[in-house]
Design a binder for this molecule. Structure first.
Ligand SMILES: Cc1ncc(C[n+]2csc(CCOP(=O)(O)OP(=O)(O)O)c2C)c(N)n1
Ligand SMILES: [Mg+2]
Length: 327
């Protein structure tokens, strides 16, 4: 990994801005839920912020991402508009799905954010289809499938990797291995040491990196993106990470050993990147405090704008849900 391309100073700063936005927004969502103002299933992404920030630093608006219920971080990193997010969380018409999708169905195709799915494993075949479309169009677009360690044991994983490798599709299979699938540890569900070992079985490149290390994950994604754009086929990246909270809000995560949780929280990647930016002279304390204040203000504006949207009309109940309108 020492020969990986490294993010430059501007990219590292952009990655921090993205990671800080994701963290602050996640905390704000949980605050609304615990205050009883938002009622929904919400899958916190705290601890996994560096991965999507590195992915987005390597993509353009033309590239596609597909993600899962635990995917707000992926969406925000790629530029999901904050007001459309908060409108959606609040179930209002100014939401990205007019308030009908909620946190598990965030989409913003205008910027390549094609789907958020609650069906474990299903981000992969969708991303393969988008990759096939990209190959036919020939404009060099890349399609990224985000999924978890648990999803790597679903049949769709096998089918997707096989087809993508067979057809040399420009797809990146990005497994965010946070060590748990619901309440089951990785060790209790999977025999192989690393998910990336499976890449060989499909005839593609596979690599395991520390997803919380900005250099490693940035370099791995960049190489995979270059490979895809050059027409040299897919890559499986296993990004090791950790989720700081339970499976979803309300799950106290009693099944995670306390020392494991404490160890991971101590290595929190967001403040670690902040410290590095200062140590490397990329930004100073005042710069970063200013950036964080701007992010907080933008979130507050979006929260207010989200709730200010109208509730959907009853006629919306069936619109955009079926291919044709039911009488
Ligand atoms: C096909 C399917 N099976 C089971 C579930 C129930 N389920 C929801 S999340 C989840 C765990 C998935 O874990 P992982 O893939 O590691 O993703 P993470 O939640 O850790 O990000 C399960 C089993 C589901 N939604 N879809
Ligand atoms: Mg998991």
């Amino acid at each position: 990994m020492s020969n990986y391309p490294k993010p430059d100073a501007a990219t590292l700063l952009a990655m921090y801005k993205s990671a800080a936005l994701i963290r602050l927004n996640d905390e704000r969502v949980i605050k609304e839920m615990t205050a009883g103002r938002l009622m929904m299933p919400f899958y916190s992404t705290q601890g996994q912020e560096i991965i999507p920030s590195a992915v987005a630093a390597n993509l353009t608006d033309e590239d596609y991402i597909c993600t899962i219920y635990r995917g707000t971080h992926d969406m925000l990193a790629k530029g999901f508009p904050l007001e459309a997010l908060w409108g959606e969380l609040a179930g209002r018409v100014n939401g990205s799905c007019k308030g009908k999708g909620g946190p598990m169905h965030l989409t913003y195709p205008q910027k390549g954010m094609m789907v958020t799915t609650g069906i474990v494993g299903s981000s992969m075949p969708i991303a393969v289809g988008l990759g096939w479309g990209a190959k036919l169009k020939g404009k060099g677009q890349v399609s990224v499938a985000n999924f978890g360690d648990g999803a790597a044991n679903i049949g769709a994983f096998h089918e997707s990797l096989n087809l993508a490798a067979l057809w040399d599709l420009p797809v990146i299979f990005l497994c965010q291995n946070n060590r748990y699938a619901e309440h089951t540890s990785f060790a209790n569900s999977t025999r192989v040491k690393n998910i990336s070992m499976r890449a060989a079985g499909y005839g593609m490149e596979g690599v395991t990196v520390n997803g919380n290390d900005p250099d490693e994950i940035y370099g791995a994604v960049r190489i995979a993106v270059e490979r895809a754009r050059a027409g040299d086929g897919p890559t499986l990246i296993e990004a090791m990470t950790f989720r700081f909270n339970g499976h979803l809000v309300g799950d106290a995560a009693g099944y995670i050993p306390r020392d494991e949780l404490a160890d991971c929280r101590e290595k929190d990647p967001v403040p670690a990147l902040r410290t590095r930016l200062i140590a490397d002279g990329i930004a100073n304390e005042a710069d970063l405090a200013g950036i964080e204040a701007e992010i907080k203000a933008a979130i507050e504006t979006a929260v207010a704008a989200g709730y200010a949207g109208a509730l959907p009309d009853i006629a919306e109940l069936k619109r955009d849900v079926f291919a044709y309108e039911l009488a």
